[in-house]
Ligand binder design. Structure first.
Ligand code: CP
Ligand code: NVA
Length: 319
């Protein structure tokens, strides 16, 4: 996967099976041997433009850069969407002269792709309305830690068919996972993503099943994943969505339909006792803080791959 150097990560669909596997392998390696990568990104500069709040994504990118010799700069774009003060191509043509990688968290996915088309440096999607690729990479890293290979794993996603769901579908398809998505009517995943997922799954031996029945998705599953009932920017839909998503709450009863060995997953932040009960979120099957930890290792792997710092330094290197 030398081919990842200089590339963008706007969507999981940007990646081949081998490229996703290479990122995951590197993520496990940097987690096990962080010191080997202490100077891998010496003096590299990351700029992060965020139109939405963030705890995990922001801090894990910052820690990832700061512990591999690089630096990350955060630009708050809340209340001032990218492209408003200055066109996105103009922003790109400035920033590419000073920095080595651009990270974007946006409402419109087009903002991410427009930046990627215009910037000479790699562009990473840190969550758009369509996808959250870095999240899905950390999540499959977490599943690999638990289950070894994830090929053939039964993965259930219950809830809103949104950005996180989309990236999980695509990553699962690349990795040969059997994914079932249970959403309320009207909250199904994006059609383009569904078609891409099916196409990829056919080649990898994975599969995609769509349903409106949460119990059906959960039955016999190795993992049950849910995301916020309402996402950032949809706060005014909270009241409308609450009853619609009630049957999709991950609670002890739904978990009991999964395998005994099943894990519960959530990208966080959680709306406690909305999409998931405290009992499940804080329970023994929950791996949500492993996911959160792995965001940091995955961010390192992603950045190292795109910036060409993935080569491990010799064990006895002196810097
Ligand atoms: N899971 C995730 O992306 O969290 P933040 O919104 O806090 O970055
Ligand atoms: N779907 C959520 C994910 C947050 C990490 C959102 O877009 O707000």
């Amino acid at each position: 996967a030398k081919g990842l150097m200089g590339r963008d990560l706007t969507s999981i669909a940007d990646l081949s099976v081998a490229e996703l596997a290479a990122i995951l392998e590197l993520a496990h390696t940097v987690k096990a041997q962080p010191e080997d990568f202490r100077h891998a990104l010496d003096a590299k500069q990351m700029v992060m433009f965020f139109e939405k709040p963030s705890l995990r994504t922001r801090l894990t990118f910052e820690v990832a850069m700061n512990t591999t010799g690089g630096n990350a700069m955060f630009v708050d774009q809340k209340g001032e969407p990218l492209g408003e003060r200055e066109s996105i191509p103009d922003v790109a043509h400035n920033v590419e002269r000073w920095t080595n990688v651009i990270v974007l968290r946006t409402f419109a996915h087009d903002t991410v792709t427009e930046m990627a088309e215009n910037a000479k440096v790699p562009v990473i999607n840190a969550l758009s309305d369509l996808e959250h690729p870095c999240q899905a990479i950390a999540d499959f890293m977490t599943l690999e830690e638990r289950f070894g290979s994830v090929e053939g794993l039964k993965f259930a996603y219950v809830g809103d068919g949104n950005n996180v769901c989309h990236s999980l579908m695509l990553a699962g398809a690349l990795l040969g996972v059997h994914t079932t998505i249970a959403t309320p009517k009207g909250y199904e995943p994006n059609l383009d993503i569904i078609h891409k997922t099916i196409e990829i799954a056919e080649a990898s031996g994975g599969s995609l099943t769509l349903t409106h029945d949460a119990a059906k998705a959960a039955t016999g599953a190795d993992a049950i994943y849910t995301d916020a009932v309402y996402s950032m920017g949809q706060e005014n839909e909270a009241t409308k969505r609450a009853p619609i998503f009630k049957p999709y709450q991950v609670n002890a009863e739904l978990m009991s339909k999964a395998l005994e060995s099943a894990v519960f997953m959530h990208c966080l932040p959680a709306h406690r006792n909305a999409e998931v009960t405290d009992e499940v979120l804080d329970g023994p099957q929950s791996v949500v803080f492993d996911q959160a930890e792995n965001r940091m290792h995955a961010q390192k792997a992603i950045t190292l791959m795109l910036l060409g710092g993935a080569k491990k330094l010799p064990a006895n290197h002196k810097r």
